[in-house]
Design a protein around this ligand. Structure first.
Ligand SMILES: NC(=O)c1ccc[n+]([C@@H]2O[C@H](COP(=O)([O-])OP(=O)(O)OC[C@H]3O[C@@H](n4cnc5c(N)ncnc54)[C@H](OP(=O)(O)O)[C@@H]3O)[C@@H](O)[C@H]2O)c1
Length: 253
């Protein structure tokens, strides 16, 4: 499996799960553009680690709440890397609230960052992928798209929409050699968990109930994304692949 010479943009690629994805792609020889919103130092450190693997790197800043920013981000990444073959929509944001308390601004913010920006980025990336007759769009979803976690309502809704978007893109683009798939990680220890009031309980539950016996890491997710980008996965189209050590399957015991 080699992605030598391919060029990827990873949104939120500087830290957390995004960092695992960036380094997994770089390890396969893929040049990487790392997007960040605020945490430049982390993004820079990840870029240095990727450079150490012998690939070209770029840093692109964008607030993905704005659709125009998502489009500019893709053009900047493609400009710096000399083209774009792979888009990983990993960055996400949102408010934690029960559905009954959601306000319009919560919806607008969360759906803009988690879904609309990925559509805009994919649309902007397509001409670059079509030029090479090859492309990969990978979106990072979460189990909250189908299952119910306390306070996770609008993020879960946005992830369900993201999965549907990915399936539509997948069917529309498959004949052009461009695949689209989602990866759905289980609980991964990242900065994102710090916003959850039930962080300790969530981690304890996942630790005790993951059949594989340990939590998922950013590296586990990166490895699956890298495989989906490879030619070995050319016929995997529009799927949501759960990388959770079996956690989502277990009901008792
Ligand atoms: N952690 C988990 O347990 C888990 C489980 C399932 C799915 N996921 C999914 O995995 C993905 C990565 O999550 P993570 O846990 O690695 O999160 P994280 O460490 O909190 O990172 C979130 C990323 O999103 C970026 N971001 C946030 N708001 C943004 C905005 N308005 N515009 C542009 N970028 C923005 C951040 O950029 P800066 O670095 O510049 O702040 C950061 O890179 C997300 O899609 C998440 O839903 C996570």
């Amino acid at each position: 499996m080699s992605l030598a010479g391919k060029r990827a943009l990873i949104t939120g690629g500087g830290r957390g799960i995004g960092r695992g994805i960036t380094l997994a792609l770089a390890a396969q020889g893929c040049h990487v553009a790392i997007h960040y919103a605020r945490k430049r130092a982390e993004a820079k450190e990840t870029a240095q680690a990727a450079s150490g693997l012998g690939v070209q790197t770029a840093l692109v800043r964008a607030n993905l709440r704005q659709e125009a920013e998502a489009r500019r981000m893709v053009e900047e990444a493609a400009g710096q890397l000399g083209g774009l073959d792979i888009l990983v929509g990993n960055a996400a944001s949102g408010v934690l609230k029960p559905a009954a308390e959601l306000e319009n601004k919560d919806w607008e913010w969360t759906v803009s960052v988690n879904v609309r920006s990925i559509l805009a980025a994919a649309q902007t990336a397509l001409p670059h992928m079509r030029r090479g007759g090859w492309g990969r769009i990978i979106t990072i979803t979460s189990p909250g798209s189908r299952r119910v976690f306390p306070q996770y309502s609008i993020i879960g809704i946005s992830k369900a929409a993201l999965e549907a978007l990915t399936r539509y893109l997948a069917v529309e683009l498959a004949a052009e050699g461009i695949t689209a798939n989602c990866v759905s990680p289980g609980l991964v220890v990242t900065g994102a968990l710090d916003f959850f009031p039930m962080r300790a309980e969530m981690l304890d539950h996942a630790q005790r109930n993951t059949p594989a016996g340990r939590l998922v890491t950013p590296e586990d997710v990166g490895a699956v994304v890298a495989w989906l980008c490879s030619d070995a996965a050319a016929m995997v189209v529009g799927q949501t692949i759960e990388v959770d050590g079996g956690y989502g399957l277990k009901m008792l015991g």
